[in-house]
Design a protein around this ligand. Structure first.
Ligand SMILES: [Zn+2]
Length: 390
């Protein structure tokens, strides 16, 4: 990749949104970020951002589909690539294709597809998020109860198959043992609690054995009550774990999310889309494991009105978080980049605009309309004027 200099933008760095910086890429990584105008002198191309935002590319840990494609339906390399293409338009430069509860044969196919996609260099794919089937039926949400099962040794062997990337597993801690959670974590799996009816004590035991996340906080988990803090109480009480949140204005009342943000460090909240095939697609209905899902007033619901993933893209999630959670664009964008990279153990390469980090970049206007997406130093879309220096 030829070096590219990004100039004249407002750049999100560790210090905040800064002006007057030159961001220079070299190959797939960022070579330098500094105030010297000479920094870009040897760039093959100069991108004049004209006051636009330059943000770290978004990292989405929960993407079920997009562009009419559902990963469960087609757990293939082509599907991962197509889902990625759709979400790139919305600033997502790294993602985990996400499988909801299904037969273990489908889980196996999905893991193979993720491994092959990484090996083939499909842009942005980080691994896989396996959301179920090791869940609690009581909190199944839209998951198919007939798929839910116990996490036995065969399942353990399957879940720990290498993909060449990251495996995120959402499970109900009360449906397995702390020892199993420990073994999964020791094998490199990132374990997150979700679709769970666990007590505080059960979650605490899981946290003590390596559980490090909570999947779509508040949704499909035992709520906080006076004498039983439940999964929500455990998530908010634990300082170190990460909570993913769906900020579409429908999944959770913004008041609850604002309260959650006061309970622990902001660095421990990450935005996920939980996107369904309707994102980036004309058709606003699709089939999810035999159930008809339609998008009504911006929300994906089944025939019973149960929420079935979301219809938002990551740019919308960042925009919503900035506004509904009253945190501003800088922190909202970090919740979609640096913090999820931390959660997934990718903090040394993803999620920041800094020398040595991947050149995964998003150019956006103040309304978070995505104008260009760059992955590994390569431009994927174009509308901002660029001028060749050499
Ligand atoms: Zn879910």
């Amino acid at each position: 990749m030829s070096p590219v200099a990004f100039v004249n933008g407002r750049v999100l760095t560790d210090a905040g949104i800064e002006e007057g910086l030159t961001v220079l890429t070299g190959s797939a990584h960022i070579a330098s970020v500094n105030r010297s105008e000479a920094a870009g002198a040897h760039a093959a191309e100069e991108v004049d951002l004209d006051g636009k935002l330059l943000l770290p590319g978004f990292v989405d840990a929960q993407v079920n589909g997009g562009g009419g494609v559902l990963f469960n339906e087609t757990p293939t390399v082509e599907a991962i690539a197509e889902i990625g293409r759709v979400h790139h338009r919305f600033g997502t430069t790294a993602f985990l294709p996400t499988l909801v509860s299904d037969d273990l044969t489908v889980v196996a196919e999905a893991i193979s597809a993720a491994r092959e996609a990484i090996a083939a260099g499909v842009p942005g794919v980080l691994g896989i998020h396996i959301e179920g089937p090791f869940l609690n039926e009581i909190r199944k949400g839209v998951h198919d109860a007939s798929k839910i099962r116990y996490l036995d040794e065969d399942a353990y062997r399957l879940l720990t198959r290498p993909t060449g990337g990251k495996t995120l597993l959402t499970l109900a801690p009360e449906k397995t043992t702390p020892q199993m959670i420990r073994r999964l974590c020791e094998a490199g799996v990132v374990v997150s609690a979700g679709h769970s009816n666990a007590t505080y004590a059960e979650v605490r035991a899981a946290l003590d054995n390596g559980l490090s996340g909570f999947t779509h906080l508040f949704n499909a988990m035992s709520p906080m009550t006076v004498r039983e803090p439940g999964v929500v109480g455990a998530a908010l009480d634990d300082a170190d774990s990460w909570c993913s949140i769906i900020v579409d204005g429908h999944h959770v009342d913004p008041v609850m999310l604002r309260l959650a943000l006061r309970c622990k460090r902001r660095e421990r909240f990450i935005l996920v889309t939980d996107a369904m095939p309707s994102v980036g697609a004309e058709r606003k209905s699709f089939s999810l494991l035999g159930r008809r899902i339609t998008v009504t007033d911006g929300v994906c619901v089944d025939e019973d009105g149960t929420l079935a993933g979301s219809n938002i893209d990551m740019a919308s999630a960042v925009r919503n978080a900035a506004r509904l959670l009253d945190i501003g664009i800088a922190d909202a964008a970090r919740m979609a980049s640096r913090y999820p990279a931390d959660f997934l153990g990718l903090s040394s390469e993803y999620g920041r605009i800094a020398a040595g980090w991947r050149a995964d970049l998003v150019i956006a206007d103040d309304e978070l309309n995505i104008l260009e997406t760059w992955i590994g130093g390569r431009r994927l879309g174009s509308s901002v004027p660029v001028s060749a220096v050499h």
